[in-house]
Ligand binder design. Structure first.
Ligand code: NCD
Length: 318
């Protein structure tokens, strides 16, 4: 990825150095995204079983102030496959956050221990703020209902591997209000001339500001509450979990939970080569009976988190 360092704008760059943060997907141009995806493709064999010493002697710090399975572990394995080491904050309850330490101080300290920091935090904007206090690159692993740029890169990688990235007809389904994965993904897809179908209950529509951004970029968007309106038209069906933890009122969650469920029956009229994606974890959005169908892509998609995060780490630390 050495060539990446010669590009002027790659991720959010610190004005005073060549340091590279990964905060939002808007920080990347289409060329830069393509370069990361190409690098991930080169690294995929290593992600399966191999090892490399590209990041030997380097340390990644992972700080998860919200639960995580895939993001935390795939960053961990990506760093280790590249020969590096990982330190993890562990459960927030056992960290000094409980004593009242603020995020800025934690970041100032940890950036002295590690070569990069992966941060997941319940507050939107936390990663951006952390980048201002860090002397090493900060990678946003999800900031509240904000963004999840590394998930988006692995989503794009999955769609590209299936040959559907250019001019994709894609439905983003579920919680488009609080779901950070779809916030990042919708913008990224607009760089690839996608036709985007936004499928959500009324209460969980994508925020207007985001939709306006898509429209301004010339992206065709169609909004509907009915999955049946789109299911036989699209090439990619991207389902999401309703983000229970972000609802101010539990009764509002109860009103929308279980809005969409994909079963074998729902799939009877879909395009032959439709792919079904999901950032996981799933609740009831996809019936397990769908897992064995040729459309199911979500487990492979989560594996692609490894090569894509290897590419990201080699870019920011390498
Ligand atoms: C997503 C997240 O944390 O935003 N999970 C993930 O990183 N794969 C999706 C979710 O929690 O629903």
């Amino acid at each position: 990825m050495r060539d990446c360092y010669t590009v002027h704008k790659l991720g959010q760059r610190d004005e005073n150095s060549m340091m590279q943060h990964v905060i939002t997907i808007q920080d990347f141009s289409r060329d830069e995204i393509d370069r990361i995806l190409n690098r991930a493709a080169e690294l995929e064999p290593v992600a399966h079983t191999g090892s490399s010493d590209a990041l030997s002697g380097r340390i990644l710090a992972t700080l998860f102030y919200e639960p995580s399975t895939r993001t935390r572990l795939s960053f961990d394995v990506a760093m280790k496959r590249l020969g590096g080491d990982v330190i993890d904050l562990g459960a927030v309850e056992t960290s000094s956050a409980v004593k009242g330490e603020n995020l800025a101080d934690t970041i100032s300290v940890i950036s002295g221990y590690a070569d990069a920091i992966v941060l997941r935090h319940p507050k939107e904007g936390a990663a951006r703020m952390a980048s201002e206090f860090s002397s090493v690159p900060v990678i946003n692993a999800g900031d509240g209902a904000g963004q999840h740029p590394t998930q988006t890169l692995l989503d794009l990688y999955t769609i590209r591997k299936e040959g559907k990235l250019n001019k994709a007809k894609i439905a983003l389904v579920g919680d488009l209000k609080y779901g950070r994965t779809v916030h990042s993904l919708a913008h990224a897809l607009s760089l690839y001339d996608a036709e985007i179908y936004l499928v959500s209950p009324d209460q969980l529509k994508m925020p207007d500001l985001m939709k306006d951004g898509l429209i301004e970029s010339g992206t065709e968007i169609v909004e509907t509450a009915e999955i049946d309106d789109v299911i036989d038209v699209v090439d990619v069906l991207y389902l999401t979990r309703i983000q229970k933890e972000r609802f101010p009122d539990p009764s509002e969650y109860q009103a929308v939970v279980g809005s969409y469920k994909i079963t074998k029956e729902t799939l009877k009229d879909v395009k032959d080569n439709l792919i079904i994606m999901h950032p996981l974890p799933r609740l009831n959005e996809i019936d397990p009976e769908v897992d064995a169908s040729r459309h199911a892509m979500y487990f492979r998609q989560s594996f692609y988190g490894v090569p894509v995060r290897m590419a990201i780490l080699s870019m920011v630390i390498g």
